[in-house]
Write a protein that binds this ligand. Structure first.
Ligand code: HEC
Length: 183
């Protein structure tokens, strides 16, 4: 590993190149392979849901299954916080953990929508309009990320009423997107 780090100049062509199907350029191939592996490692290390990246490389059904599993975690977090606000279940620490989960899902979310994963493929409930209205889908994603980040901040304060109010705002971003893009 140490020796490969010393060979930085090899990276200059840009990381994108290493992801293309291999070409017949002899010795270069070994180098590309190695940097591809390093890039994959970096992605796995920095992304909460690195497994989705590998799922994506596999097949659309795997992407769909993986994103559904992640979204269920967000749903579980919402439920936990709602239980705290409405019924006094759990602790502020539980709320903070749930808020962190929701925020992590919101951050990883943009990577989960490759073309070819709409309704009709596997168990997808993702409407095809996602891909024809991508700018709007992205705007709704950004709204989700913004409110989820604010939820983390509010949860840190521990004030129940404030948490409830912010939970409502996050829930609004889930609903806005589901109404438009989930069957
Ligand atoms: C920008 C759009 C968007 C936002 C924001 C969004 N979702 Fe979704 N969600 C979807 C789509 C599209 C699907 C369908 C995915 C599929 O079937 O592959 C989905 C599916 C789900 C599912 C179903 C998983 C399953 O296994 O059936 C749950 C649960 C869920 N979302 C929860 C949430 C929660 C909770 C939030 C907010 C905290 C949220 N989503 C925010 C678009 C969104």
């Amino acid at each position: 590993m140490a020796s490969s780090m010393g060979r930085r100049p090899c990276v200059t062509p840009g990381p994108g190149r290493h992801w293309r199907p291999r070409r017949s350029d002899g010795g270069l191939r070994v180098m590309k392979h190695r940097f591809g592996a390093i890039a994959a490692g970096i992605i796995a290390a920095t992304s909460l849901t690195g497994f989705i990246v590998s799922a994506q490389a596999q097949d659309p059904t795997a992407v769909i299954e993986a994103r559904k599993a992640e979204l269920k975690k967000a749903g579980g977090g919402m439920k936990a916080i709602s239980g705290f606000v409405k019924d006094g279940n759990g602790t502020v620490a539980d709320v903070q953990a749930a808020a962190a989960t929701i925020e992590a899902v919101s951050k990883a979310f943009p990577d989960w929508w490759p073309a070819g994963t709409a309704i009709g493929v596997g168990k997808s409930e993702a409407k095809p309009e996602i891909w024809t209205n991508m700018a709007d889908f992205k705007a709704k994603t950004t709204a989700f990320q913004t409110e989820a980040a604010a939820l983390v901040t509010v949860a840190a304060g521990g004030d129940k009423a404030a948490i409830g109010a912010q939970l409502g705002k996050v829930g609004g971003t889930c609903k806005a997107c589901h109404d438009a893009y989930k069957s």
